[in-house]
Write a protein that binds this ligand. Structure first.
Ligand code: LLP
Length: 430
């Protein structure tokens, strides 16, 4: 579900007119629907939690704005974090470190110390060297670190190569073939307590089969670890894909969107996985990022210029790859919806490009969209996950503002950066 639809001729997020919002706050502008995020959290935890002891640890990296984290913290969510910075954010947003899992292949001493002092639920360790180091750091602090090992099940997630993580050639986790020895050695370390097993095979999975294949492959191992070390949880990671060729919510026109992606529904995900996981009698952890926030966010931008070349028509907009890098980095597809409801039938094939000095700076290529003109504003849909968090100041462009909508209320949850923000902390020697 999401909450973007046309109403009285303009695109709305819940009860808020996005055309008015863009006029008031300028563009580029990220806008999130709080109602959509809550709906996604509740549906996933409801479907998985009905029959399982299930903790949803939201993958903070997908969208770590404090307001987004706070919404989820108030719902009782846990958080999957990958840095000391994310742990800091989660705490500031009112999240419980006791419900945090700490992933990532390169945790530093400072991050391990922070995690220990804050009492996180588990360090999800990705190599034997890391486990040994966690034990050493915990020992120096006179503490015992709760850990899980991440197993790499060597399953093909069938997703973009940059976001596939569960094959042997990926840098993540410990090979399935050596995981048992790794547990045995971890169990012998003085300052770790084995708490669980974790895996994550990739992101933007559009079919349930790779999840089922990975869980089925790992189940005997989980049983074994439960009896050998008394593990209490099994994390199956994140990765639930969303539909990028999305239709708008009911009540408006979206005739130009192809809508030929088939969604992976939560009913299907839970329906296939719960029966496999239930007999384990363990706490099941999920680490969804994109599913929770992806379709809850849009990036608003304005058409600055039109350029008709011999080969193409370019619409140059005021957002760029520094604001939303997914098309450039993963050939990610984001639907385009004009803020003014378009007249049916009037379309044009265009490239939507940003002002950054790179040919990779595009949002759409050879895309048939409703006719738009200079000065019109458009929304890039499904930009709530891995959008703002991956933004940079490249080309010395200030970061956009972020707005959270709840019903009729729109709150600026991060101010647009100023030119002074761009040089904060820089020093000219002499
Ligand atoms: N758990 C772990 C250990 C992860 O590495 C990730 C994502 C997640 C959970 C959450 O995965 P999700 O549910 O969001 O698929 N920037 C890329 C996606 C990178 C995903 C990295 N890891 C993109 O824009 O497509």
């Amino acid at each position: 579900m999401h909450s973007f639809h046309y109403q009285n001729g303009t695109l709305h997020c819940e009860g808020v007119d996005l055309a008015a919002l863009a006029a008031e706050h300028g563009t580029p502008l990220y806008v999130y629907s709080g109602g959509t995020i809550l709906d996604h959290f509740r549906r996933l935890s409801g479907a998985m939690g009905a029959e399982l002891d299930c903790l949803v640890c939201y993958a903070t990296k997908a969208n770590s704005n404090l307001a987004v984290l706070n919404l989820l913290a108030k719902e009782g969510a846990g958080f999957d974090i990958v840095s000391g910075g994310e742990l800091f954010r989660v705490e500031k947003a009112g999240g419980d470190p006791g419900k945090c899992t700490f992933a990532g292949v390169g945790k530093t001493r400072a991050e391990i110390e922070l995690g220990l002092k804050k009492g996180i639920y588990s360090f999800n360790a990705e190599s034997e060297a890391e486990v040994a180091f966690i034990s050493q750091v915990a020992g120096e602090l006179g503490m015992v670190a709760p850990i899980a090992l991440r197993v790499n099940p060597n399953v093909d997630a069938k997703t973009h190569k940059y976001i596939s993580t569960g094959k042997s050639e990926n840098k993540f986790g410990i090979d399935f073939s050596s995981i048992r020895e790794a547990y045995a050695r971890a169990a012998a370390l003085p300052n770790v307590k084995i708490r669980g097993l974790q895996m994550h095979i990739g992101s933007q999975l559009t079919s349930v089969s790779p999840f089922v294949e990975a869980v089925e492959k790992v189940l005997p191992l989980v049983e074994e670890l439960k009896s050998l070390y008394g593990i209490e949880f099994f994390s199956i990671g994140g990765g639930i894909g969303i539909v990028y060729q999305d239709s708008l919510a009911s009540g408006g026109s979206d005739w130009w969107i192809a809508k030929d992606e088939k969604p992976l529904t939560i009913e299907e995900y839970a329906g296939r996985l719960v029966p496999l996981l239930k007999p384990l009698g363990l706490r099941i952890i999920l680490e969804p990022g994109r599913f929770m926030v992806g379709n809850a966010g849009v990036l608003l931008t304005e058409v600055l210029y039109e350029k008709r070349g011999t080969a193409k028509t370019f619409k140059i907009v005021d957002a760029a790859m520094n604001d939303l890098i997914r098309p450039a980095l993963y050939e990610g597809h984001h639907e385009i919806a004009p803020l003014k409801e378009p007249v049916a039938g009037k379309t044009e094939v265009v490239d939507i490009v940003g002002p950054v000095c790179e040919s990779g700076d595009f949002f759409a290529q050879n895309r048939e969209i409703p006719a738009i003109e200079t000065g019109d504003r458009i929304a890039l849909l499904s930009a709530g996950a891995y959008g703002f968090v991956m933004a940079s100041n490249y080309n010395s462009r200030p970061l956009p503002a972020e707005i959270l909508v709840s019903g009729e209320t729109a709150t600026v949850v991060r101010k647009r950066q100023t030119l002074d923000d761009l040089i904060a902390g820089e020093v000219v020697p002499g």
